[in-house]
Design a protein around this ligand. Structure first.
Ligand code: BGC
Length: 435
């Protein structure tokens, strides 16, 4: 240690003794409480998300806890509603005003769009050190990168094409859990005659399109889905298979209730949990709601692939895009966030609550339930047989302008008593030209 020339000889000695003592004390403290010294570099970590329902909030807590354990202070930036549509609107205004959060729940092609705007930062340093390329399915790692740099970290894999069933309601009414669309309508009729709401639906445009994509893959198959929604071929979007999809879709409506318009998805799940409705067609974030309500798989609820979709897998990968930050402590916290999200501990804890499965390959599934185990097996099988497909309704398959335009077109068809399937197809083709 350099002597301080501003001090006299005795003060200098006292000063260096004091420094030695302070250093020893700090060492002792750091040995006893490693978290305390790290606090010096602690940053604020603000994360925008829309995980506000019971199951989602439990999952988000796992993230908060892992960041706090690293000594950072967590600033929750949750914006409820509409499958994230409101959250993205709020995010845009924050970014435009130069006040971006550290990370935001952004997924699919939107990651590239945000990166092109120059507002995202590279997290290659963490990704390389932890060898993410080897830990992720390539379909996922490709999407997390912009021009070869990781700009986002993936959290999970959700499956969209699930049917959630209240078995007590089925037993009481004598309805049979359906595997095909014919069986679905037979069960729905039995349930309706028994005075039960067959299908809990939330009439919001993203849920209307979620329902349509599920019918599309069930009726038309994986190849049709890819051509219609991933490649967006006009001939498929307005061909005979799509017409069959749209008429099947519309046949479902009489089995939903009058109060469906505007309803949040988790309130629809609550109807199935309480036995007010028999089924819901929804992604496995719905499972998070059953679990949060204390309902157990195979007992309180049953999960089964949506009719006709046993071999297909419509996926959603939630991810956090990383924004450029000015404060170095906050950037360090952001790197800690990226690392924590990919850790086996977090992947397990988060996904056990969220209803999804870990996106990190090779993790043990022992603590997961049968729905998640089936999802993991089907994910791998679908990846091999080209029936792994991105959700168009949940931000995975199209630029957001097209996705929003499709949601509008499909909701108009769902809600109209007069619109023909032909008119709906015309509007869907127009929607794919949205910019
Ligand atoms: C997201 C899920 C979320 C769900 C409902 C989906 O688009 O991927 O993480 O739970 O919307 O908000």
């Amino acid at each position: 240690m350099k002597p301080n020339p501003a001090l006299g000889p005795s003060r200098r000695r006292r000063s260096s003794n004091t420094s030695r003592l302070t250093a020893a004390a700090l060492l002792l403290i750091s040995l006893l409480q490693p978290g305390l010294l790290r606090q010096a570099q602690a940053g604020d970590i603000e994360v925008l998300h829309w995980w506000t329902s019971g199951g989602e909030a439990r999952a988000a807590l796992a993230l908060k806890a892992s960041m706090q354990a690293k000594g950072h202070s967590w600033k929750d930036f949750a914006v409820a509603g509409s499958g994230g549509d409101s959250a993205i609107t709020v995010l845009r205004s924050r970014v435009v005003s130069g006040n971006a959060p550290a990370a935001a729940q952004i997924k699919g092609p939107s990651l590239q769009a945000w990166a092109r705007e120059g507002v995202l930062t590279s997290i290659n340093e963490v990704a390389r050190a932890e060898r993410w390329d080897e830990l992720l399915p390539q379909v996922v790692s490709d999407q997390m990168k912009y021009r070869g740099d990781y700009i986002a970290v993936p959290v999970n894999v959700h499956r969209v094409n699930w049917l959630w069933v209240n078995p007590a309601v089925f037993a009481r009414t004598g309805a049979k859990v359906p595997n095909s669309w014919d069986e679905f309508f037979a069960a729905a009729e039995t349930l309706k005659k028994a005075g039960v709401i067959a299908l809990a639906h939330g009439g919001q445009s993203w849920q209307d399109l979620t329902l349509l994509e599920t019918v599309a893959i069930g009726v038309g198959g994986a190849d049709f889905y890819r051509k219609a929604f991933v490649l967006r071929e006009a001939a498929e979007l307005s061909g005979p298979t799509m017409e069959k999809v749209l008429t099947t879709y519309k046949r479902i409506k009489p089995y939903t209730d009058r109060n469906a318009p505007g309803r949040d998805w988790n309130l629809a799940t609550a109807m199935v949990i309480k036995g007010e409705a028999a089924m819901q067609l929804m992604g496995d974030w719905a499972k998070g709601e059953f679990l949060a309500a204390g309902s157990l798989p195979g007992k309180g609820f049953i999960c089964t692939p949506a009719p006709g979709t046993a071999k297909s897998f419509i996926y959603v990968v939630d991810s956090f895009a990383m924004f450029k930050l000015k404060n170095p402590a906050n950037s360090a916290a952001q790197r800690d966030l990226a690392s924590a999200v990919m850790s086996p501990e977090f992947q397990e804890a988060f996904n056990l609550s969220k209803g999804s499965i870990p996106v990190r390959l090779g993790l043990k599934m022992d603590r997961f339930d049968d729905c998640a185990k089936a999802s993991a097996l089907d994910f791998n099988a679908a990846a091999k047989s080209a029936s792994l497909l991105p959700s168009i309704a949940n931000g995975m398959a199209a630029p957001s302008a097209i996705e929003w335009a499709l949601k509008d077109a499909v909701s108009q068809y769902w809600n109209s008593d007069k619109m023909s399937a032909a008119e709906a197809m015309k509007r869907m083709v127009e929607a794919t030209r949205a910019k």
